[in-house]
Design a protein around this ligand. Structure first.
Ligand code: 5GP
Length: 189
């Protein structure tokens, strides 16, 4: 059986990648979201096992020690990682798998899985990014500044990805990603 394709999507906090991804997943029957582990505290409305597996730092260290993560990274003081077994099993059974991860982790995946489709979602401008991040109201001002600083660094890594997509409107960003997927002959419908 042919394996599924790995789709790696990154973009700075507040760029709207969550919404673009949600629309994409509604449309793609054979695309499955890899639920990451994180040591970050859940935000209001986030469900353990759906948005993330929320775990402690020692559980995270254990996963690293037992080669349980395909990639991992620290982001703004918290740890994030992709459970390796789940992803491998999904790919093996012919499912396409989406990883929504930051650039340090993406670089690890791109190195290990050269066939992965990698996409960096860019904001129309940094000013617009600040507005979106402030407007969603999920972070305090200190966290917003931290995330904007990180966004600057992340933008510099956008060339590491095979594709760059500007999220001007959700619909056009989604349409560009669908085009990219459709160009990939290994994509499993
Ligand atoms: P948030 O705290 O806003 O949910 O996520 C912060 C950042 O961590 C985002 O850029 C998100 O894409 C990234 N992220 C989420 N899960 C993972 C993961 O498993 N690995 C890595 N490297 N980054 C992740």
């Amino acid at each position: 059986m042919n394996k599924g394709v790995l789709l790696v999507v990154s973009g700075p906090s507040g760029v709207g990648k969550g919404t673009v991804i949600k629309r994409l997943m509604e449309q793609q029957d054979n695309l499955f979201y890899s639920v990451s582990v994180t040591t970050r505290k859940p935000r209001e409305g986030e469900i353990d096992g759906v948005h993330y597996h929320f775990i402690s730092r020692s559980e995270f260290q254990d996963l690293i020690a037992h080669d349980g993560l395909l990639e991992h990274a620290e982001y703004c003081g918290n740890y994030y990682g992709t459970p390796r077994k789940e992803v491998e099993q999904m790919l093996q059974s012919g499912k396409n798998v989406l990883l929504e991860i930051e650039p340090c982790g993406a670089a690890q995946v791109i190195r290990k899985c050269p066939d992965a489709i990698s996409i960096f979602i860019m904001p129309p401008s940094m000013e617009e990014l600040r507005c979106r991040l402030t407007g969603r109201g999920t972070e305090d001002s200190e966290t917003i500044e931290k995330r904007l600083h990180t966004a600057d660094l992340e933008m510099k890594q956008s060339k590491l990805y095979r594709y760059q997509v500007i999220n001007d409107t959700i619909e056009s960003a989604k349409a560009q990603i669908v085009d990219i997927i459709n160009q990939n002959t290994s994509w499993r419908k």
